[in-house]
Design a protein around this ligand. Structure first.
Ligand code: 9MG
Length: 290
């Protein structure tokens, strides 16, 4: 057994009528359907555009399409449940029906979780780790796997003055410990959970760099790790690059995350990331029987 095989999650992950094989790292394509999303700000709002964009990401090798109707960029304000439903449900419905895609719903709203699940979504991605009232129960009943992400504060205030009383990786691990126990108590089985350290969510650049360096220890939970660093400000700050010039930095981070145990990488630029991840994996697998 190689280092990258140690502590990895059981696979495949059952995602409704899809199975997500996590015996190797997979790429999740981002489909924002918000008018103010930070990197593709409104360009994919129209239903047909969204569908075409998703189709392209699938052709480039995305295993999952993550649909979000609430911007979670720093400073963003929450949207009403109805607004979120209006934005995401038509997209979920068409991606499922026309592309048979494995759709993940990026939401914290219980009502959105319920309705998306009934339309055939295969996964829930909650940046608030099911902490909003009713979210834990809705997710448990859905039968879907859930990505629990670590975030301190809310998108409106999380980057004002991020601070930790302990090493950031310990704070993230303690959060997972608590949330996993609460999920299990609510009937959401451990084998339905995916963990995400939440890069950029209530974290300074130094926190993000440290967390990535030490991410391997989060594999001790024995659950799949998901990471999202694509086009984020940590790249902008380190390299002094505007959002449209952050792909090389993002590929370096994706590669390092896979080396440290990530099995799902959430990105905007699917094709280049699939190549980077597959190349990294080939090196990691060298000398094994796989
Ligand atoms: C919605 N969203 C934005 N960034 C994210 C990240 O890093 N992880 C997850 N799971 N979702 C994210």
């Amino acid at each position: 057994m190689t280092m990258q095989d140690a502590n990895v999650a059981p696979h495949p992950l059952r995602c409704g009528r899809h199975q997500l094989d996590l015996s190797y790292p997979r790429v999740m394509g981002i489909l924002n359907v918000t008018p103010d999303s930070f990197s593709d700000g409104g360009r994919h709002n129209a239903l047909d555009d969204a569908l075409r964009h998703a189709e392209r990401m699938l052709a480039e090798g995305a295993a999952v399409i993550d649909i979000g109707g609430e911007s979670t960029r720093p400073g963003a304000t929450p949207v009403s449940p109805q607004e979120e439903l209006d934005r995401v449900l038509p997209v979920v419905e068409r991606l499922v029906r026309e592309l048979d895609a494995l759709v993940s719903l990026d939401t914290s709203q219980p009502q959105v979780m319920r309705e998306a699940a009934s339309l055939g979504a295969g996964m829930i991605n909650d940046v608030r780790g099911l902490r909003w009232p009713g979210a834990l129960e809705a997710a448990a009943i859905s039968g879907l796997p859930v990505c629990l992400m670590h975030m301190v504060g809310e998108p409106t205030d999380m980057q004002l003055s991020p601070h930790y009383d302990m090493p950031v990786e310990d704070a993230v691990a303690a959060f997972f410990e608590t949330r996993i126990a609460e999920c299990e108590a609510a009937g959401l089985r451990r084998d339905r959970l995916v963990l995400d350290p939440g890069f950029g969510f209530g974290k300074r650049v130094e926190h993000n760099l440290r967390l990535l360096n030490r991410m391997q220890q989060l594999t001790d939970f024995g659950l799949p790790l998901l990471v999202g660093m694509s086009r984020k400000s940590m790249i902008g700050k380190v390299l002094a690059r505007p959002v449209e010039e952050r792909l090389p930095g993002g590929l370096a981070l994706a590669t390092m995350a896979v080396e440290r145990g990530a099995r799902i990488v959430r990105v905007h630029d699917v094709g280049p990331t699939v190549d980077a991840v597959n190349m990294t994996w080939a090196v990691l697998q060298e000398g094994t029987d796989a």
